[in-house]
Design a protein around this ligand. Structure first.
Ligand code: SF4
Ligand SMILES: [Zn+2]
Ligand SMILES: [Zn+2]
Length: 300
């Protein structure tokens, strides 16, 4: 296969675009897809201060690299979750990339901040680690963005992630989530805005991008991630994609363009948490409730 742009040998074949690309034009293709997402969903502008949630994995490092190449003002935030071995190794990858590209990476150690690692906190409050982890990550990202003057938090969710979320929400008729699913979640009471600029790129493309750009990322999965339902949804969508290339793209992008408006999108009313000030539907946010419960169980 030849590169569709220059005719040199292709290093990747992207069936849904019916095109192959050499390394140089593949990088251009990736940048173009991200620029299209930024402009078509009006995610942000060159003047915005952007905070990338960096995990050390391929998607977040690819996102940071792309934004940097496109000239955006983006700093990184790494949260050390206290997951034995894995957290240290992923932080090293994030730091090595930031040093190589001369980018600013901020790091927060969750154990130092709260007194607990994520596994420790989950054990103490007897919740699923991923549910505790999601709440803790949201809290620290929002707090950091608000106190350091960032306009938007960016995450590395890609086309596969978003299509799997959409499939899960459809299978369970989650009307509210369906109405709210978007690559741009605007700022709300006490919560920063969030955007997902990789929404037009598949996992395979972000992985290939990191290889071509020589970005070293953490390959192993988080040891606490076992058995996530979303993996099954991704496999089902990949099966359909193999039968008919472009299925995932049309499913997600078509939904955002035409389907989403059919769902009510009940925006929950938020008020500031009485304890920390972040937006919540109750009086006390879920982060503060988790920390209070962990402290209570500590004294039991
Ligand atoms: S897999 Fe679960 S515990 Fe691990 S980083 Fe992701 S959300 Fe956190
Ligand atoms: Zn080429
Ligand atoms: Zn709170």
């Amino acid at each position: 296969m030849k590169c569709v742009t220059c005719g040199e040998p292709a290093i990747i074949d992207i069936k849904r675009h019916n095109a192959g690309f050499c390394a140089h034009h593949f990088i251009e293709h990736v940048h173009r897809q991200v620029e299209r997402a930024i402009s078509s969903f009006r995610l942000f502008s060159e003047n915005d201060r952007l905070l990338v949630a960096v995990s050390g994995g391929k998607d977040s490092l690819a996102l940071w690299d792309i934004l940097n190449s496109l000239g955006y003002n983006a700093e990184g935030l790494y949260l050390h979750l206290g997951i034995e071995g894995y957290s240290d190794r992923s932080q090293q990858k994030a730091e090595a990339f930031a040093t190589r590209e001369k980018l600013t990476l901020h790091c927060i150690d969750v154990q130092k901040e709260t007194g607990f690692s994520i596994p420790g906190l989950a054990h103490r409050v007897r919740f699923e680690p991923c549910s505790v982890c999601g709440t803790v990550k949201r809290y620290f990202m929002n707090r950091f963005a608000a106190t350091h003057g960032f306009d938007l938090i960016l995450t590395g969710h890609n086309l596969d992630d978003e299509a799997a979320t959409l499939l899960g929400n459809l299978l369970h008729w989650q009307m509210g989530y369906l109405g709210r699913q978007s690559p741009l979640l605007p700022q709300k009471t006490g919560l920063s805005g969030k955007a997902k600029p990789l929404v037009r790129l598949t996992e395979r493309e972000t992985a290939a991008y990191t290889v071509v750009r020589g970005i070293d990322y953490i390959i192993e999965d988080c040891p606490l991630s076992k058995g996530a339902t979303s993996i099954g949804y991704k496999e089902a969508l990949n099966m359909l994609e193999n039968l008919s290339p472009g299925t995932k793209h049309h499913f997600l992008l078509g939904f955002l363009k035409r389907g989403k408006a059919l769902f009510p999108g009940d925006t929950p009313q938020l008020s500031p948490c009485k304890n920390c000030g972040q937006g919540t539907t109750g009086e006390i946010c879920s982060f503060c409730r988790i920390i209070e419960k962990a402290a209570r169980n500590d004294s039991d």
